[in-house]
Design a protein around this ligand. Structure first.
Ligand SMILES: Cc1cc2nc3c(=O)[nH]c(=O)nc-3n(C[C@H](O)[C@H](O)[C@H](O)COP(=O)(O)O)c2cc1C
Length: 212
């Protein structure tokens, strides 16, 4: 298999300092809106990187379920590997890999749990099967077989039959409060445009162009 010849030019756009919103959140909103309009597959999917107590990084995809000036929110199992990592080290990063539009957004920051109230509101909005799935899955643990998880699903399905499914105490959201956000736009000849927003102690976002 010849991997060395797999390459393409990035020609769809460019990014200038003048185009950027002073707020990385507003700039992200603009780009996410464009990613959604371009009908990208899973435009809200983001790679979450965590680092465990031993310094070992790991990554996985989670879905962005909200964002504002306070941060980027996703939901998960609080006993999962990622949550244990965050418990030991709240510094995380997010990566939105929007290949079809030759863009990526990178976020570095600190993760914190959202309120149980906020998690409950989101949990209640999920389809019933997803709610049952959250109850059924001891996320990141070893399973003996697929039958085991199916049996757990059927068991919680029976347990909560004909009743509203409560928010599990082991499930909820994290908000990633950003301290650095980078917008990357592919450019010709590998001269890509990169702009970094770095949060200053004054609360101001400093914007710098980075070498590609
Ligand atoms: C497109 C996509 C979306 C996903 N969304 C979520 C999510 O929002 N929350 C979640 O906990 N896991 C989600 N997952 C599963 C995670 O990638 C991961 O397998 C799981 O959270 C366990 O990760 P951990 O063992 O590192 O904690 C998603 C996976 C994919 C491929």
């Amino acid at each position: 298999m010849d991997l060395q010849s797999i390459r393409r030019e990035y020609l769809t756009g460019s990014l200038t300092r003048e185009q950027l919103d002073p707020s990385p959140v507003a700039q992200f909103a603009l780009w996410l809106d464009q990613a959604i309009r371009m009908e990208l597959v899973d435009p809200t999917a983001m790679v979450l990187a965590t680092v465990n107590a031993e310094g070992q990084p790991s990554q996985r995809v989670v879905l962005l379920k909200g964002f504002d000036e306070h941060g980027f929110v996703f939901y998960t199992n609080y006993d999962s590997r990622k949550s244990q990592d965050i418990g030991a080290n709240a510094r995380v990063s997010l990566h939105f890999p929007w290949y079809p539009i030759e863009r990526q957004v990178l976020v570095c920051g600190v993760a914190e749990k959202v309120s149980a109230e906020q998690s409950k509101t989101y949990f209640n909005s999920r389809p019933r099967e997803s709610q049952l799935g959250a109850w059924a899955s001891p996320q990141s643990r070893v399973l003996a077989s697929r039958e085991e998880i199916v049996a757990r699903f059927n068991s919680v399905s029976d347990k909560f039959a004909d009743q509203e499914i409560p928010l599990p105490e082991f499930w909820g959201g994290f908000r990633v409060r950003p301290s650095r956000v980078e917008f990357w736009q592919g450019g010709a000849n590998r001269l890509h445009d990169r702009f970094q927003y770095a949060l200053q102690s004054s609360g101001h976002w400093q914007i710098d162009r980075l070498a590609p």
